[in-house]
Design a binder for this molecule. Structure first.
Ligand SMILES: C[S@@+](CC[C@H](N)C(=O)[O-])C[C@H]1O[C@@H](n2cnc3c(N)ncnc32)[C@H](O)[C@@H]1O
Length: 261
């Protein structure tokens, strides 16, 4: 796709530290993050055979891949992201997974990401806290592509904030209040490291300097968040050929959406 990723082996870093601090930082925003992963993987265990191929979409440093491959010894996973820093951390920590885990560097707003996967079809695509980065038209395109790469009977699981519609204004307010309170508790009261501080700490790592420069070039112009409602996700997935779509877990606006192809 773009520049070649430097091999994490050539960098002298405590990768485990960075994955651990990533997970803690993300949990500050999502107190039920581990439970949400668990429900997603429980769903996979109930609905798929023991041997399957998964995609960890917008994987970051591979938090889903790590949990999935540990839990399902016969599964393979393809982890896709466009952030060279997060990919390097994931590769550094999860190198022990061998050929059960393959990393793909690709921009999900470009249709060509599907070819980079190198598989005609997969059994399940999982994604967390990520698709709100995509503008709605790109999200709809992505769902169309998932409708093609996920085999009939396969699954798509999206754990993210999937918002209430404007006419449910009290629900919308409730979702925002819950989020604000949670973040205040984690970052102001408990003084946990937040997103910005985590990236500031990364910037102090000389070994990661080049990757960080590359990351900022890729993402700087589009560090905006989008808030498509749950109904938009559901409609776009149905339009993409998913025959059953519904929420299977929820905490305010934070949900897991399951779509069956
Ligand atoms: C908040 S992180 C979540 C990462 C991981 N799924 C987790 O739950 O820890 C959002 C991820 O989406 C990725 N992302 C955002 N836009 C992307 C794009 N256009 N192509 C590929 N990845 C993208 C970011 O690089 C980042 O890794």
């Amino acid at each position: 796709m773009t520049t070649q990723l430097p091999s994490p082996n050539s960098l002298k870093l405590d990768w485990q530290h960075w994955l651990g601090s990533w997970d803690r930082q993300q949990s500050g925003y999502l107190p039920d993050r581990e439970l949400r992963f668990q429900v997603m993987l429980d769903t996979v265990s109930y609905l798929l055979p023991e041997s399957f191929t998964a995609i960890d979409l917008a994987c970051g440093p591979g938090s889903i891949s790590q949990r999935l491959l540990n839990r399902f010894p016969q599964a393979n996973c393809i982890a896709i992201d466009y952030d060279p820093v997060l990919l390097a951390i994931g590769q550094g920590v999860l190198s022990t997974m061998g050929d059960r885990l393959r990393w793909v560097e690709a921009d999900l707003t470009q249709g060509s990401w599907v070819e980079s996967v190198g598989e005609a079809s997969v059994d399940v695509v999982l994604t967390t806290t990520a698709l709100h980065w995509l503008p709605i038209d790109k999200l709809v395109n992505l769902y169309q592509q998932l409708g093609q790469i996920i085999r009939p009977g396969g699954l798509f699981l999206n754990g993210d904030h999937l918002y209430f519609p404007p006419y449910l204004s009290t629900f919308q307010r409730l979702g925002k209040l819950a989020q604000t309170q949670q973040e205040e508790q984690a970052f102001s009261v408990q003084k946990q490291q937040d997103w910005q501080q985590w990236w500031q700490a990364i910037a102090q790592e000389p070994e990661l300097k080049d990757l960080l420069v590359e990351r900022n070039q890729r993402f700087q112009p589009r560090f905006t968040e989008h808030e498509p409602t749950l109904a938009i996700h559901e409609a776009a997935l149905q339009e993409a050929g998913f025959r059953e779509v519904s929420t299977i877990w929820q905490r305010f606006a934070d949900r897991i959406l399951l779509a069956v192809r």
